[in-house]
Design a protein around this ligand. Sequence first.
Ligand code: SAM
Length: 448
Amino acid sequence: MKLSEINQTLRDIRVTPVKTLGQNFLHDQNLATWIVQQAAISPGDFVCEIGPGLGAITEPALDAGARILAIEKDARLAEFLREKFSGRALEVIHGDALEFDVRRLFPYGPVKLLGNLPYYAATPLLGRFLEVSTPISSALFMLQMEVAARLSAAPGSKAYGVLTLLVQSQSRIDFLRAIPATVFVPEPEVDSALVRITPRAPGELPEHDREIFRSLVRCGFSQRRKQVGKLLKNLVADWPAAAAEIGAPGQARAEELSLDQWIALSNFVRPPVAPETGNDPAELFPVVDENDEVLDAKPRAEVHGDNLRHRAVHLFIFNRAGELLLQKRSRHKDRNPGVWDSSAAGHVEAGEEYDDTAVRELREELGVETKLERVAKIPASAQTGEEFIWLYRGASEGKFRVPASEIDAVQFFPLELIAEWLEERPRDFAPGFVECWRAFREQTETRA
Ligand code: SAM
């Protein structure tokens, strides 16, 4: 929209821009088009736009073929957009993006995030939308220049600090260009910048404990001028040894340590948990007949290679809200890499009964203990990979400690969301989980 059109529209819909909502509307159409080009939208891509306003970016994104879910806090603007773009691939939610349940985006597949963000909410919005197992594949945000500089800062610079490290440890940041205040109406008091944020792939950075990392970074930057070893004395008992380990000078200040060094320091304080489980091809599994009677014990590689019937357990763990914990399988798994699966699952080993395996998998994969009850038995078939599966259920709120070599992430999801997601994108789930989910739903429906 041109400047004159924006002013006319605002008069027509009787809106006076609200400063507290960061309502500065983009009137440079070339820039809007350029911004959308940076998102590399292909027809059919799913885009979530935060704060669409009068649709300055929405329109070129729709023209590029995007399907858009837009979240706008101002009811008058939400209504205006619904009318203006009626019949196009746009759904407008009137609501606060700070309260939006990002899990709702999973059924839409990889989602591109777009927004000329209200400055007051930019930092919390980043945290909310780019958490660990997010469905967001990339985000293109117009931000206040100062925030963009902090996000993309390099070690040793003034802008480098807590925000830089917390965000860069989750996502890669590209500073694309500075944007002057004059392209907005009304003009904001500060300049802006466009940044691209790409959530890091699992395994891109060394595994580390996020809580320790956060505490170290927060404490290390609490007084920028002080030596970091002195500030961290309660968290890092032997600083000289830590400094030598991470390759930092003993007198270093927080801003001198790179992201890799902060991660190495976290691992010095708490080494990553070594996975208890593995995919040992020589491990023995009981081989069973069509009635699940044990015939023999054979090595894992032979059982899988020859498609022999064997045994497995799946666990569904629920929280107090009745949500089901799903695990995202590691991308390095030999079977079904990178897809979502039951809370925990694993093979019955030679000499074990189903119940023993369930307790062991709960401990090994999630690091918790809880009472388990049997839900259903699923017969061996091609869908289960020739596994007889006993499905168990239990309750736990966590905290879960998962082996990184097996699991990329765990997250609770409402059951109706899983049903919708499975319907839309069955390929996002492991086939064994799909069988368990069916059995579980059948049983809960019969009981109801
Ligand atoms: N995208 C439009 C553009 O470029 O012209 C508008 C950008 S304006 C900087 C920010 C928009 O975000 C406004 O429309 C405002 O009403 C909306 N907004 C502010 N806070 C919000 C929130 N918490 N959730 C959703 N939208 C919000």
